[in-house]
Ligand binder design. Structure first.
Ligand code: CA
Ligand code: CA
Ligand code: CA
Ligand code: CA
Length: 480
């Protein structure tokens, strides 16, 4: 392998002097990270709605409508497998559809597709992923909104707009449809003359920039209606888990309490029409009463970057590289090194890169942890692109305490990991299940609480007689 690598390097150095390939490649972005099979939605009472679009392709089975043209596709999806929904604009087209979900008590639910229809929700989060196709151009404006429908005529007591900002960013724009006597004054959908606008808050991230196209971006909105009579409502936009825009102290609806927030729309709507034929995708749509955050990935995920781009016609990728740091970007924790060839996907594990820093010696990421990633790519002439900015786009799923190797069962293999590192510093993979940086009896207790004898893996074999004693004592203590 080393000989091959040296040969390719030598060839690359020769090519570097060749005419026609002088432009440095575009900096790539992280497109997507593979997803854990169980995102945990089904068992979470906070979750009002979730849809990964892998179910029925007939959106009308669960949505008020498809916004006039949104459809399910299988050639693009968050995590790299499954399905998503897309909006496809022709040149000049305004509306490319969307999905409209009702929930709670909702007078606009004329097709009876709402969920949890006896409740009023005054504090909700909605999260979805969006990907603009590679090479995307322009700011379409509309992205999503949460609203409180007040009548069958689609009058609205409030609207929380997440839509295109002043340049290529997103902003938030809260609006009220209630007067000072707490009476709804709108008489139809989007009754703009009768809305009170609180003003825009602008985000920084240039989501509509062509340089950011081709990657799945996590968008999350949060609205808490005000306490009746107080100006204590909020509206916040998160992008990839970071606060982008925030409006506090909102008097969303005065003392109006006829309904709660009862619909969220995801929208592909371009006021001025798209300048070119292009599409974008929505996936992993969740509505909850608590913060949702990034989708969850396995501790050894597959990571895919955006496809190679370079201004030299005919130039192609000769290598790329992926690095991982913690959510604060303080130190590199995993490095793929130079990955030769034209691929875009790598397994983030010990076989395809080097765990280092706080993860030195490990074979996997920590469960239930956020990580930031960056990538760069090299063209056929040997020129590396800039690194992409660090972006916090990876969140590992939580594991059951005791499941050291995160394989889904707590068994003898996990006990062996614990016993091998007993009284050492360590992290999850080495048996530190309570996160206090030492592997000891407290961690053993967590293992034994969740031990599943039916898992059928190796019977625990303590590494030394001393450990056997320690384990027996702890087990005895627990049984008392
Ligand atoms: Ca080039
Ligand atoms: Ca999906
Ligand atoms: Ca295990
Ligand atoms: Ca511990």
């Amino acid at each position: 392998m080393k000989t091959v690598g040296r040969f390719i390097w030598a060839a690359a150095l020769v090519l570097a002097g060749a005419p026609g390939f002088g432009a440095v490649p575009h900096s790539p972005r992280i497109d997507t990270v593979s997803l854990a099979a169980d995102q945990g939605w089904a068992g979470d009472p906070d979750i009002i709605w979730y849809d990964d679009f892998s179910g029925s392709e007939d959106l009308l089975t669960r949505y008020l409508d498809n916004g006039g043209g949104c459809t399910v596709i299988s050639y693009e999806a968050l995590g790299g497998t499954g399905k998503s929904v897309h909006g496809l604009w022709q040149v000049g087209q305004v509306n490319a559809g969307g999905v409209r979900k009702c929930f709670g008590r909702c007078p606009a639910d004329y097709r009876g597709c709402a969920v949890r229809t006896t409740e009023d929700f005054r504090d909700i989060y909605w999260r979805h992923y969006v990907k603009h196709q590679p090479g995307w151009i322009g700011n379409p404006g509309k992205m999503s909104r949460a609203t409180a429908f007040a009548g069958a005529n689609w009058s609205q007591a409030m609207i929380a707009h997440i839509w295109g900002g002043y340049s290529l960013n997103l902003g938030i724009s809260p609006a009220r449809g209630v007067d000072a006597n707490s009476q709804v004054v709108t008489t139809c959908y989007n009754d703009f003359p009768n809305l009170t606008w609180f003003g825009w808050q602008q985000g920084d991230y240039q989501i509509f920039d062509t340089a950011e196209s081709g990657r799945w971006v996590c968008l999350e909105g949060h609205v808490r209606l005000n306490t009746p009579g107080l100006s204590d409502g909020v509206f916040t936009l998160y992008i990839d888990g970071q606060v982008q825009a925030h409006s506090p102290n909102l008097n969303w609806v005065y003392s109006w309490q006829d309904y709660g927030i009862n619909a969220v729309f995801l929208e592909n709507y371009w006021n001025d029409g798209s300048p070119v034929e292009q599409e974008r995708y929505f996936d992993d749509f969740v509505i909850s009463t608590s913060y949702i955050g990034l989708a969850k990935s396995p501790v050894r995920p597959m990571v895919t970057k955006t496809a190679f781009r370079d201004d030299d016609a005919g130039d192609s990728q000769s290598a790329w590289q992926l690095q991982v740091t913690d959510e604060y970007g303080s130190a590199v924790l995993w490095d793929s090194g130079t990955i030769l060839g034209g691929g875009d996907t790598v397994a983030l594990d010990a076989d395809h890169g080097l765990f280092q820093g706080g993860l030195a010696g490990k074979t996997m990421l920590e469960p239930d942890t956020l990580y930031a990633l960056r990538a760069r790519q090299r063209d056929g002439g040997g020129s590396w692109s800039d690194w992409s900015p660090w972006m916090t786009v990876l969140r590992t799923a939580a594991a059951t305490p005791g499941d050291a190797n995160c394989d889904g069962s707590v068994d003898g293999l996990d006990y062996n990991a614990w016993s091998l590192h007993y009284l050492q510093g360590g992290n999850w993979e080495f048996g530190d299940f309570n996160g206090d940086a030492v592997v000891d009896g407290l961690d053993y207790n967590l293992w034994s609480l969740n031990y599943d004898p039916a898992a059928g893996a190796a019977v625990p074999e303590p590494a030394t007689p001393l450990l056997l004693c320690a384990a027996a004592m702890l087990l005895g203590r627990r049984r008392r």
